[in-house]
Design a protein around this ligand. Structure first.
Ligand code: FMN
Length: 242
């Protein structure tokens, strides 16, 4: 019902004079009821892992998204290395991840509200399996499926200075081409500044150090930061929801 803009009384739609104060125009219409705001952002956690380190980090990212009230979707990108070439360590890790669905590059970027990409370092860049996924996403790039959606990256490398930051930042270039809003780990997450132990984590994103033989699994400190990354993307996604 319209309401008198002088005294605020409500009137039948066609009334021209306010019964209460006599004002001539009572045209102030109440706005259309707003579409209910979605409150649970859908966040895709897309990863590749050969020995399980990035997978373990992905699980903490997943928990962070859930804790912050998001809907977390965990998917791994397709493997490119033939099974005959897997060693025992790879077979063991692949078994652990066997329940995680393989992402479809033609479908899985649609209808999400944010994305968090996890890739092990390969010579300071994302791995070929992750590159292969993104190289099939031209249709979503044309459609702009990810424009304005928050995105973050996490990684794993053998050595402390083996290219974690370059991997994260170079992966972000692809996300920028897709129109994403980049999210990192703000310094308010103080765990990244620790001098008490060797640890991954930087303002660019979460990370873990696997060791030259993959002998080190993500530390508690690194897993905490992976969880924060999940939360941070979810928090931003909630603010950007239509
Ligand atoms: C081809 C290849 C290149 C790699 N390049 C690097 C590198 O540049 N720096 C580094 O620290 N580790 C490098 N690594 C080690 C991996 O990053 C490490 O095995 C990985 O982070 C373990 O994670 P995952 O268990 O999730 O596979 C490389 C491994 C392979 C197979």
């Amino acid at each position: 019902m319209p309401e008198c803009y002088v005294c605020g009384e409500e009137h039948p739609v066609k009334a021209r004079y306010c019964d209460e104060c006599g004002a001539l125009t009572i045209t102030k219409q109440r706005g259309r009821p707003r579409a209910k705001k979605k409150i649970k952002p859908k966040i895709l956690i897309l990863f590749y892992s050969m020995h399980g380190h990035t997978f373990k980090m992905a699980n903490s990212v997943f928990e962070g998204v859930i804790e912050d009230g998001g809907e977390a979707i965990l998917k791994q990108v397709a493997e490119l290395i033939p099974k005959e070439l897997w060693n025992d360590d790879v077979r063991k890790a692949k078994k652990l991840m066997s329940d995680v669905p393989v992402a479809d590059p033609k479908e899985d970027l649609k209808n999400i509200d944010g994305i968090i990409v996890g890739t092990p370092t390969r010579f300071g860049n994302m791995c070929a399996q992750m590159r292969n996924f993104w190289d099939q996403t031209n249709e979503d790039w044309v459609e702009g499926s990810l424009i304005g959606k928050p995105a973050a990256v996490f990684t794993s490398s053998a050595t402390q200075h083996g290219g974690q930051e370059t991997t994260i930042i170079s992966t972000m270039i692809t996300l920028l081409h897709h129109g994403c809003i980049l999210v990192g780990l703000p310094y308010s997450y103080k765990e990244q500044m620790t001098l008490d132990e060797i640890s991954g984590g930087s303002p660019y994103g979460a990370s873990t150090i696997a060791g030259g033989m993959g002998e080190r699994m993500p530390s508690d400190n690194e897993l905490i930061m992976a969880g924060y990354l999940g939360k941070q993307v979810t928090t931003v996604a909630k603010k950007l929801l239509p």
